[in-house]
Design a protein around this ligand. Structure first.
Ligand code: IFM
Length: 435
């Protein structure tokens, strides 16, 4: 049971659960094209146990049962993503009708159950054919993504409650092109700097296309961390400035202020695409809401031996999830307040928050603390309008494969049986009969 009551969050507050296509769908049939995660996962050493999304949670076939679970949990909304390679197998050009039909059924299924569809256009499954042309490193991706956005707008736009362009541009660019942890697995400064700019350019370009095609309620989902310094020495404070800029401010400043933090444009000057500053107006096109994914904090210390970014992350002393991420609800409050004070007065949605853990009593406690953190942020003036638990189901946790379980519903991957956990029941208890 949670110690908070849904009434405390305000009358129209949206409670939802979130997933992403590659992590749950499976269904790599019916004309779906290959994505960068298929090949990344097939490359030895990239993913634990060489797990891939071939079957995942078989949501492609089991979606009615999954939507029933969301409805029966008392949730108001469902945050899901469209798979670009399912809709346009080669990334550009021919449309896969079977993919359109699948999302038609899925979106209608949400509406029939009284669930608000919160869609994301891109949650990391780039069509491989576009990676062959440079993917996020190629400026043309803004046009490829805009054409894909237009297809989504025309086919589904009038039925979506809210639409986000990109999920977690830090992961799309830094984690995938600088740290090499996610597909396509680059560890290259120029690749990362190009991706960091192009992912936001693609976002802004798509916002224009979606709006021109009548799609309402548009946003982007940023993953933010509460960035802190390892000590109050001048060196560590300088490291914090760089760390915060790389994780948070590049994306916040870009989207909400049309500028990039100078500390980074100085470091990245020779690696960024030429004339990047001419794109800033497009990148900062007005939005209707702000999405924030929150999991933990980052603690930064100076590390002069490291090349471009002379910083390192330090492990903190707090209780951790089973991936080693510190549990820090105060960080969610602080971030929500920071975004609302320093960046935007738009309604904010916590579009993801959750815990990788096998012991579900810990997950239930985690949610309780973070829901209270949302209330604290509201009390400090942040206009938070919704909260989405990550995730509805245990699913494919990217480089961690199936070893990490974030679900409020357990999935037996042998049988695909879904079993609601205590954390699901806690949401149900708070939400039931109040929709
Ligand atoms: O599973 C991911 C999700 O795809 C994006 N946000 C973070 C989650 C947990 O790592």
């Amino acid at each position: 049971m949670f110690s908070v009551d849904r009434g405390q969050f305000g009358p129209n507050f949206v409670f939802g659960t979130a997933t992403a296509a590659y992590q749950i769908e499976g269904g790599q049939i019916d004309g779906r094209g290959q994505s960068i995660w298929d090949t990344f996962a097939a490359t030895p050493g990239n993913v634990k146990n060489a797990d891939d999304g071939h079957m995942a949670c078989d949501h492609y076939n089991r979606w009615p049962e999954d939507l029933d679970l969301i409805r029966d949990g008392g949730f108001d909304g469902y945050r899901f993503s469209f798979a670009w390679p399912r809709l346009i197998p080669e990334g550009t050009g021919a449309v896969n009708q079977a993919g359109v039909d699948f999302y038609d059924r899925l979106v209608d299924g949400m509406l029939e159950r009284g669930l608000k569809p919160f869609a994301t256009l891109y949650h990391w499954d780039l069509p491989s054919a576009l990676q062959d042309k440079g993917g996020w490193m190629n400026r043309d991706i803004a046009g490829w993504f805009a054409d894909y956005a237009e297809l989504v707008a025309k086919k589904f736009g009038d039925r979506l409650h809210a639409t986000a362009t990109i999920n977690e541009p830090w992961c799309v660019s830094v984690l995938s092109h600088l740290l090499g942890v996610h597909a396509p697995g680059y560890r290259d400064l120029r690749a990362a700097a190009h991706a960091m700019h192009h992912v936001l350019l693609a976002h802004g370009t798509a916002i224009g296309v979606l709006r021109d095609n009548g799609v309402k309620n548009l946003g982007i989902v940023l993953n933010l961390e509460k960035a802190e310094a390892a000590s109050d020495s001048a060196e560590d404070l300088a490291a914090l400035d760089i760390g915060d800029a790389l994780f948070n401010r590049w994306f916040l400043d870009g989207v909400y202020k049309g500028q990039y933090p100078e500390v980074l444009t100085n470091i990245l000057a020779k690696y960024l695409p030429a004339a990047w500053h001419k794109d800033m107006e497009t990148i900062a096109r007005p939005l209707d809401w702000a999405g924030i994914n929150y999991y933990t904090r980052g603690i930064y210390a100076a590390d002069p031996a490291r090349a471009a970014f002379p910083i390192r992350q330090v492990k903190g002393p707090l209780e951790k999830n089973d991936l080693g991420w510190e549990i820090y609800p105060q960080g969610l409050t602080d971030l929500l307040v920071r975004v609302s004070r320093e960046y935007t007065k738009l309604p904010i949605y916590v579009t993801e928050n959750g815990m990788s853990e096998n012991d579900d009593t810990r997950r239930e406690a985690f949610y309780d603390l973070h829901l209270k953190a949302v209330l604290d942020a509201q009390a400090q003036g942040a206009d938070v309008r919704g909260y989405f638990a990550w995730s509805l189901l245990d699913n494919y946790e990217w480089a961690e494969g199936y070893t990490s379980r974030f679900g409020i519903v357990h999935v037996d991957y042998e049988t695909q049986k879904r079993t609601p956990k205590g954390s699901y029941r806690a949401f149900q208890g708070m939400l039931h009969n109040t929709r």
